[in-house]
Design a protein around this ligand. Structure first.
Ligand SMILES: [Zn+2]
Length: 258
């Protein structure tokens, strides 16, 4: 299944919907940022918007998705392969790139602008995760490490659903020899996803999840390229670093699915 659709300016996965999971991938739409390069739904501090603008955007995004912004948990995202468990007692984790929770109401989120956000759920176990997979994290198999942490908390990989959100596409992800050398050193099986000096980040993560035992019918892949679609997404590459940031969030609710 690969259907993604936009509702209330938020990109959603039909696959996660079927399990009644509160989740969303933000777009540029529906926020209050007025700067040319952050308009309008920048969700990260320190990118040019005043803090109160970001706080308001986070409130609007949370309302559109259906979680409590006061219970959002994020990570510092250091391009690592580290997945941590979040019980909601702290709102930010230094030194991690994926967050796993089984606490209803705790919303786990990752920030991206070309890197790939991946949202996971085992609906039966009541376990969700959000993963930030840039190329370094991807080749270090952060997606698989996230699955392992979910399983350690009681999830079953036969049930785990994964939605791979919008990232830079192979069309725009031109790489150099040092990138190829780093992939070869980390995981040579991923070299097949580099072709004519263009890398397929999403393809790598899809392959890593299949290798980790996630069924293909439990994986949804968004085909949008963040670099190509400037109307819908921020892109670090297209905007040469002067850009807003998107956020992808997932949350277990105690009530009925929205
Ligand atoms: Zn592209």
């Amino acid at each position: 299944m690969s259907e993604f659709y936009i509702k209330n300016n938020v990109l959603r996965s039909a696959l996660l919907d079927t399990a009644g999971i509160v989740h969303g991938f933000s777009t540029r739409l529906g926020g209050t940022s007025a700067l040319e390069y952050t308009k309008s739904m920048n969700l990260a501090f320190g990118r040019g918007d005043k803090d109160e603008v970001v706080i308001e955007n986070r409130r609007l995004f949370a309302a559109a998705v259906g979680y409590d912004p006061a219970r959002l948990v994020t990570a510092d995202q250091i391009h690592s392969d580290i997945a941590v468990y979040a019980d909601g007692s702290v709102s930010s984790f230094p030194g991690a790139d994926a967050l796993v929770t089984d606490v209803p109401g705790v919303a786990v989120g990752v920030k991206t602008a070309d890197c790939q956000p991946i949202l996971f759920s085992d609906p039966e176990a009541g376990i969700v995760a959000a993963c930030h997979a840039g190329w370094r994290g991807t080749v270090a198999a952060i997606a698989e490490k996230t699955v392992c942490e979910m399983v350690r908390r009681g999830a079953d990989r036969k049930r785990i659903l994964a939605a791979l959100g919008p990232c830079i596409g192979k069309c725009c992800f031109e790489v150099k020899d040092d990138f190829i050398d780093a992939v070869r050193a980390a995981d040579p099986s991923l070299l097949r996803f580099i072709d004519s000096y263009h890398a397929d980040l999403s393809g790598m993560n899809e392959y890593i999840l299949a290798r980790a035992g996630i069924a293909p019918e439990h994986v949804a892949v968004c085909l949008d390229c963040t670099c190509c679609d400037g109307g819908l997404y921020y892109s670090h590459r297209r905007q040469r670093g002067v850009r807003g940031t998107m956020m992808s969030v997932i949350c277990i609710t105690t009530g009925s699915p929205v």
